[in-house]
Write a protein that binds this ligand. Structure first.
Ligand code: UD1
Length: 361
């Protein structure tokens, strides 16, 4: 009998990391993969479109928890997923990344003594004001096997006293997705589809530290207006940011023909815009890695990053919210050469499968 293995996704950044692993699990005779969707993200643009574009199909189990405060959302996922685990008793659970679904499902599974694996383990921003940082720390200390993307991940875990025997470096799973999808997104011309003229910059913001404070959000919007005098701006807007702009009455600052405010985009549409851009301004985690892989200049509006390799080996630079304008020269040179980074090779999912076989077979 193949081993039932749960692959848990909850929020948008989870789907692109789950897809390549799910594909290989489905091909293996040793495993019966079950895709569990907590429903932390539920809009079609935030969830469904990724299941479609990555060919993941409909999730086998949906917990439908939706939005809420951190405590409520985490508690609901914990409660709902525990019920599923008690019914099905899988051989292993794989959780991904650093969202509330990650910590909730790892707690539910480890309490029931089910072997639990964290994919993208060991990342640390060392900033405990980020909800994701607390999720990372708790998840890593709960899980039985930690699949890390890079050497800094291993070092962070060892420094926290986690035994080396629990750590396996598998590489960067997002790059598997990027490599597999590049043929599709490089053929798509979103710039033309959206009638974006001239050179363009892609903007994304969703971190509470940038968008929940009116003062900071206003600062960011004023600088984006300035940028729009020399570049077109493509801004697929996160629901949190959209809500905050409305709440603070700042809509007039984005009503500008050069600022294209878009609905959240699918992977292919978004990556098409990034790959054809002069640069990206973001506070996302994953986009720092995608721009590094593609050699696209990236300004990350955060005081820290849990992905330092994107600065040491890549195109990424950290800046504060009031320094966007003065760092624009970063976008003059355009695209850089693609760096070579160990295990950013499109074969991370294969290494995960080998590791899973060692654990279960
Ligand atoms: C979550 C993750 C964050 C990740 C981000 C990507 C945590 C703690 N945060 O943050 O790490 O980078 O996803 O998007 O897990 N909303 C919708 N439709 C949806 C989902 C959310 O309208 O499908 C709105 C709701 O008003 C919700 C708000 O967006 O309250 C924020 O969503 P939430 O899941 O709480 O956090 P994110 O900011 O998306």
């Amino acid at each position: 009998m193949p081993h039932e293995v749960h692959l848990v996704v909850g929020a948008r950044p989870n789907q692109m990391k789950a897809a390549p692993l799910l594909k290989l699990l489905r091909l293996s005779e040793d495993f019966n993969p079950i895709l569990v969707d907590t429903g932390q993200h539920y809009d079609h643009e935030m969830a469904g479109v990724f299941f479609e574009q990555f060919g993941m199909g409909i999730p086998d189990i949906s917990l439908d928890v939706g939005s809420g405060t951190h405590g409520k959302q985490t508690a609901q996922i914990l409660e709902h997923y525990e019920t599923v685990l008690l019914e099905r008793n899988p051989s292993a659970v794989i959780v991904i990344g650093d969202v509330n679904s990650t910590v909730a499902c790892s707690l539910a599974a480890t309490k029931l003594q089910i072997p639990t694996i964290h994919l993208e383990a060991g990342l640390r921003s060392n900033d405990r004001t980020m909800p994701e940082e607390l999720n990372r720390i708790v998840t890593d200390h709960l899980c039985d096997l930690l699949w890390t993307p890079s050497p800094d991940g291993d070092e962070n875990l060892l420094a926290e006293g986690i035994p080396r025997s629990k750590i396996t470096r598998v590489g960067n799973i997002m790059i598997d997705t990027l490599v597999q999808m590049e043929g599709l997104f490089s053929k798509r011309d979103m710039k033309e589809e959206l009638e974006i003229e001239g050179k363009h910059i892609v903007v994304t913001f969703h971190r509470p530290s940038n968008v929940d404070s009116q003062e900071t959000l206003e600062k960011i919007l004023h600088q984006i207006t300035e940028l729009a005098t020399t570049h077109s701006i493509a801004w697929p807007i996160h629901p949190r940011t959209k809500n905050k702009i409305t709440e603070f009455g700042l809509e007039h600052l984005i009503q500008n023909p050069r600022i294209h405010v878009l609905q959240p985009l699918g992977y292919i549409e978004f990556m098409s815009l990034v790959a054809s851009s002069k640069g990206v301004i973001t506070d996302s985690g994953g986009i720092q890695e995608e721009t590094t892989f593609l050699g696209i200049p990236c300004l990350t509006v955060r005081p820290n990053t849990e992905r330092p390799i994107t600065i040491t080996n890549g195109t990424n630079q950290l800046i504060s919210p009031d320094k966007i304008q003065e760092n624009m020269m970063k976008f003059q040179s355009g695209q850089n050469e693609r760096p070579t980074i160990e295990f950013w090779d499109g074969h991370t999912a294969n290494r995960c499968i080998e590791s899973l076989k060692s654990l279960l077979l």
